[in-house]
Every structure is written in C-alpha cells, then in structure tokens.
Design a binder for this molecule. Sequence first.
Ligand SMILES: Nc1ncnc2c1ncn2[C@@H]1O[C@H](COP(=O)(O)OP(=O)(O)OP(=O)(O)O)[C@@H](O)[C@H]1O
Length: 238
Amino acid sequence: MRARVSEERVLPGAGVAGTPLLRLDGVRKQFGDEVVLDRVDLEVRGGALVGVVGGPGAGKTTLTSIAAGLLPPDDGVMWLFGEDLWDGPGLVRSAVALVPDDEPVVDRRSCHDVLVCAGMAHGLSRVAAERRSTLLLSVCELTGAADLPAYRCTAGQRLLLRLATALLGERRLLVLDDPFAGVDAWALGVVRAVLGEFTASGGGVLCAVRSSERIAAWCDRVVEPFRGSGCAFDSNTR
Ligand SMILES: Nc1ncnc2c1ncn2[C@@H]1O[C@H](COP(=O)(O)OP(=O)(O)OP(=O)(O)O)[C@@H](O)[C@H]1O
C-alpha cells in the first residue's frame, strides 16, 4: 500500500494553508535583446496549486528557474516565504525544490540508489537516506521499480523519481517545469495524488505546462503570464 506523502517527516511543518509562499512582483528577465519575462506578477499560497501555461519557448523554464530560486531576475522582487530572496540570506531556498522537465537518462543506478545517493548529497546519513528513500518510493508508487535501472524507466516513472527526489528535502514549495511529456495516465494520477496531499498539508505547487488540458482540473488557478497580461495572485479559494 502506498505511504501517505504527509507521513513521517516527508512534509515537516509544511505550513498553513493561505500563507504566502512565493510572490513575484514585476519580475523581468532578458537574454540579450530578448525579453522573456516582462513585469510578471505571480503568487502561490500554502495549500494552492497554480498552473502556468505557455507554448514552446514562451519562458516556462526561465520562470520556474526564477521561482525555484535558481536564477536571479533582472528586475522586480522575488519573495520566498516572506523573504526578498536576492536581498537576504537566502536560507529559505532549501524549502523550495524544482522538478525539472524530462531529459534522456543514461543512469544505470537503480531508482532506489538514485534516491539514496541524492539523499546523502542533501546531507542525510546513509541510514536516514535509506529510510527516506524507501518511504518516498512508496509515496510515489515506485516500490515495484526500486531495483529498476533509471535508464529503463518509463517517462512516467522518471517523473515520479524526479518528484521523489524533490521531496527528499523538507519542502514547502514545489515548482514543476513542463513535466508531463510522454507521461502515462497511471503516473499522471499518482502525481496528482502526491501533489494533492502536499497541498493538503499546507505546501504550495507551481506547475508550468504547455497546455492546461491535463492539469486544469487539479489547479486552483491557471495563468498565462508570458504575454504581458500576467497577473496571477491566487485567491486560494479551494
Ligand atoms: N540562458 C539563456 N541564454 C539565452 N537565451 C535563453 C537562455 N535561457 C532561455 N533563453 C531563451 O529564452 C526564451 C525562453 O526560453 P525558456 O526555455 O524559458 O522557454 P520554455 O517555455 O521553457 O521553452 P520550451 O517549452 O521549449 O521548453 C527562448 O527563446 C530561449 O532561447
């Protein structure tokens, strides 16, 4: 039976629903002459799943990289858990994780070993990493694939492994970048269940997709911030 995402210390102190977790105020990002993000306002509160929709090249990876604290905006302010991320100590960064988009995997390690090594890289002891990995494999319904080499996983299993890796740390905000290419209905259902439990525990989710078709029903709000019209303060009314 699948473990619950809120079990044990997977989501310690995930937060209180309605608490602002992420807020972008007038964020701008430019590469050379290309303005990718222009005055983007966006908010994700605890308990909310916000979808961001943009076509190929619209700026989803740029936006999610900024939201995950991995790329500084050129202008505007990024608030993470109430802190101006790029004008403060930045310690809050560890409470947000990016689930990147899919890419070819050549890793011959098993799913279990990928997770354990990532856990140890996060500073967990071997024993703690083993324990956490076993729990997360169950949460993400990958227990049956624990010994499967990562390169032999389906797109859906790879996404679930990336999600499990993101949950190794003590997260309050998950940011997903265009994660659903090639993902089967079963894996999509598991992702939905895991994210649902994460938000029910007070965590927040920002999910960027090319089309809202697959996730519209899950989201508290779906926004398109890439055409200058983007104002995305979520009402958190679910
Ligand atoms: N580091 C960079 N240097 C120069 N240009 C960049 C850089 N990162 C992104 N871009 C450009 O910014 C634009 C938006 O790219 P981005 O990857 O954010 O879009 P995307 O919506 O994620 O695209 P896709 O759906 O194809 O993955 C593209 O024109 C891209 O070439």
